[in-house]
Design a protein around this ligand. Structure first.
Ligand SMILES: [Mg+2]
Length: 410
């Protein structure tokens, strides 16, 4: 296995991307669904497809499609309730197994990880051997197939992993990265949004190769460091390291969809309380407090939003609920509501001063007990009485879910 004769790359970055991850987990757990078109929805009542198996994709079914339309395209489609906790668990197994290749691993999303094997090339072999060992490891730990892209930088590795799906391997040596990316539209590079792409098209830049004609300073002046990075990314020289640390938390939020056009203030209040509960619990479980909260209601024409400040940094659902409820009473004018969202902005570990001035010890003990019971017997086993009428819509797993850090809750 040792790579004694082969060439050592100056950098060797791998992207492992699980194929149709959630659907594949279901097909592994339910052998009767293997090789059949399945589509995941939010419970049995969900109507929007979260993701689907390759067999369903072959019939034109895709993420975001309405289940009725998907059934017309693919009458034998099997509707499956998504199980976020299970996907989180399988993801954790896979990521732990991948971490044995190198400590330099960045869990990019629930089903994607970057590995920096620059310093382990002699240990794991040629890029081709590395790719096959990674695929085998993922398969052994989950029964799931993955696509692997290997190159000398993150952008090209990600591009490579997309080339051969499902179950593919694409290796682009660093010295071929620039040519491989040349014909790719710049808008396909990770981090180039439609605004940046539109601006670049005014300079006649559409494909990555077009960017080479533009001096890096043009992008630097317009967008600073992110602009310079885009220029380098397009040449297969993405300097960004594989980030191994857990990024600091910028915000944590919870949201939920309401029955369309809800006008009843009491039922909106129940949703508000439910989200405040989830947010409070998540803050406490990550040992964080926040003082600024964003509240949002999605109305017919867009979001009605506000930010509110609590007197002291808090992780108490009643403090969060009261702030939101005050806004609901003053700021909402009986418009129809489609969705609700609460976000704790800039949460921090409580400092000494906060601890001194913090809420009543009795309340703190109650939270401790409630969180322990809910962790043991399932979310919302214990909650405020007014939440007995809350929505039973199951939770959804975010693609940004990670096995470590604040995103750990589903
Ligand atoms: Mg994937």
């Amino acid at each position: 296995m040792k790579n004694e004769n082969a060439e050592i790359w100056p950098r060797l970055i791998v992207l492992a991307d699980m194929n149709a991850f959630f659907a594949s987990v279901e097909q592994v757990d339910h052998p009767e669904w293997r090789a059949r078109p399945i589509a995941l929805t939010n419970g049995n009542i969900g109507t929007c497809i979260i993701t689907c198996s390759y067999e369903a994709r072959a019939n034109g079914v895709h993420t975001g499609m309405h289940i009725k339309r998907a059934r017309r395209l693919c009458p034998e489609l099997i509707q499956v309730s998504s199980r976020p906790q299970r996907y989180a668990e399988v993801s954790t197994h896979i990521m732990q197994a991948l971490a044995r290749f190198t400590p330099d691993i960045e869990i990019f999303s629930v089903d994607e990880a970057f590995l920096d094997l620059t310093h382990c090339q002699q240990l794991w072999g040629t890029p081709d051997q590395i790719a096959h060992r990674i695929k085998q490891t993922v398969y052994e730990h989950s029964g799931i197939l993955c696509s692997v892209g290997i190159s000398g930088d993150k952008t090209t590795a990600k591009f490579a992993a997309k080339q051969n799906k499902p179950d593919g391997v694409t290796i682009i040596p660093p010295w071929q990265a620039r040519d491989s990316l040349a014909d790719i539209p710049v808008s396909e590079l990770c981090g180039v949004n439609s605004g940046i792409a539109g601006m670049l098209s005014r300079y006649g830049v559409h494909r990555c190769a077009d960017l080479q004609r533009l001096p890096i300073s043009v992008l630097g002046k317009r967008w600073g460091n992110p602009g310079r990075r885009i220029w380098l990314m397009a040449q297969g020289l993405d300097p960004e390291p594989v980030k191994t640390g857990i990024p600091s938390v910028q915000s944590i939020g919870h949201g939920k969809v309401l029955p369309p056009d809800t006008h009843d203030i009491e039922s909106i209040r129940v949703y508000l309380m439910h989200m405040a509960h989830k947010l409070g619990e998540r803050l406490r479980c990550n040992h964080l407090v926040a003082q600024q909260f964003l509240f949002g209601l999605r109305l017919y024409h867009g979001w009605l939003k506000t930010t509110a400040r609590s007197l002291l940094p808090s992780d108490d659902e009643m403090v969060i609920f009261r702030l939101g409820n005050r806004w609901l009473t003053d700021g909402w004018q009986n418009q129809g509501v489609w969705q609700i969202r609460i976000v704790a902005l800039d949460p921090k570990a409580p400092c000494q001063a906060d601890l001194f001035q913090r809420k009543h010890p009795a309340r703190e003990r109650a939270h401790l007990a409630m969180d322990q019971i809910n962790r043991r017997y399932g979310a919302m086993t214990l909650a405020s009485a007014r939440l007995v009428d809350r929505s039973r819509m199951p939770d959804v797993i975010s693609p940004a879910w990670k096995p470590q850090g604040h995103r750990r809750t589903v």
